[in-house]
Design a protein. Structure first.
Ligand code: ADP
Ligand code: MG
Length: 283
């Protein structure tokens, strides 16, 4: 039998938690855009619909554990959170408190052991892989601490990559002009028009994160999930990135969920929640 590791200051959980068999999360794009977008078509059962009608993004009773050797590492325990459309939410908490785990679950990059995630009134954590791909490709944008740009592509190509992959060759070629316009306008918003042909290795950290922001927005998502987007940047550059996120939130009503351990940055969000002992701290 596996033993359960508990953070020292947290009460032990009475719950028996299933251990996930899932691989580490990774971001992948839609490969076949001809697939029907069943995400929009699947209605929820009536009772569940009433329960989640108010939230834009909502997590209900989330549990998540990892296995480490013979031990089980409980990370999230009955976590509940609701995010309103247009909100800029900061998720703070100590290193190892489960911030990235929560963000990955919200973004459907990984699945909870128990609990549900709803987006615009529809359950999303249990969607088929193809529907989750579509959701991430069309309605969610994601940025990470280490940018995750494709090293062999230029800045402009990196920003266009999600559209190239989602559209397929012929459709992409037909809409090439429009896509270029969108990408260039985003690159202008993040102040990168002077680095269009640079490869990631020829960019500074701040420039790479700007490119990653532009890429995350090229499909015009409604929700941006950001995992320590300034974690690898100096304070001034981090503040510049924060200004860009703020502008996108205010001008385009983009809902932003940002994980950060930086209190100064967190305080610039509309609301801060702290993760502790597997849940949202009540303060
Ligand atoms: P944070 O982002 O708040 O620093 P994480 O969500 O990355 O925390 O991790 C929470 C806990 O889960 C940590 O103790 C970490 O070691 C553990 N953990 C994260 N991912 C895995 C994994 N794939 N396998 C085993 N343990 C993991
Ligand atoms: Mg993290």
């Amino acid at each position: 039998m596996s033993k359960s590791l508990q953070p020292m200051s947290c009460p032990s959980s009475a719950e028996t938690q299933p251990v996930p068999a899932s691989a580490p999360p990774h971001y992948h794009f839609v490969t076949d855009p001809r697939q029907p977008e069943t995400f929009h078509e699947t209605p929820l059962p009536g009772a569940a619909q009433d329960l989640i009608a108010t939230g834009h993004l909502k997590a209900i009773g989330l549990y998540k554990s990892y296995r480490k050797g013979s031990a089980e590492v409980p990370v999230l325990r009955d976590l509940n959170i609701e995010i309103v459309r247009g909100e800029f939410l900061a998720i703070a908490g100590q290193s190892g408190s489960g911030k990235s785990t929560l963000l990955h679950l919200l973004g459907t990059l990984d699945a909870p052991d128990q609990g549900e995630i709803h987006f615009d009134g529809r359950r999303i954590d249990n969607l088929p892989a193809m529907d989750r791909d579509l959701l991430r490709n069309k309605r969610f944008g994601m940025i990470f601490q280490f940018y995750h740009l494709l090293p062999e592509l230029s800045t402009l190509e990196n920003v266009l990559a999600p559209l190239m992959i989602a559209d397929g060759v012929w459709s992409y070629m037909r809409n090439r002009k429009k896509h270029h316009g969108t990408a260039l306008s985003l690159l202008e918003t993040v102040g990168l028009t002077h680095r269009l042909k640079h490869k990631p290795c020829e960019l500074s950290g701040g420039e790479m994160q700007r490119a990653a922001i532009a890429r995350s927005l090229v499909a015009q998502p409604e929700l941006l999930l950001a995992d320590e987007p300034t974690g690898n940047l100096d304070q001034g550059t981090g503040q510049d990135i924060m200004k860009i996120l703020r502008t996108l939130n205010q001008l385009h009503r983009l809902t932003i969920v940002m994980v950060t351990h930086d209190q100064t940055l967190a305080q610039q969000a509309d609301r801060i929640v702290r993760l502790a002992c597997g849940g949202i701290e009540n303060k």
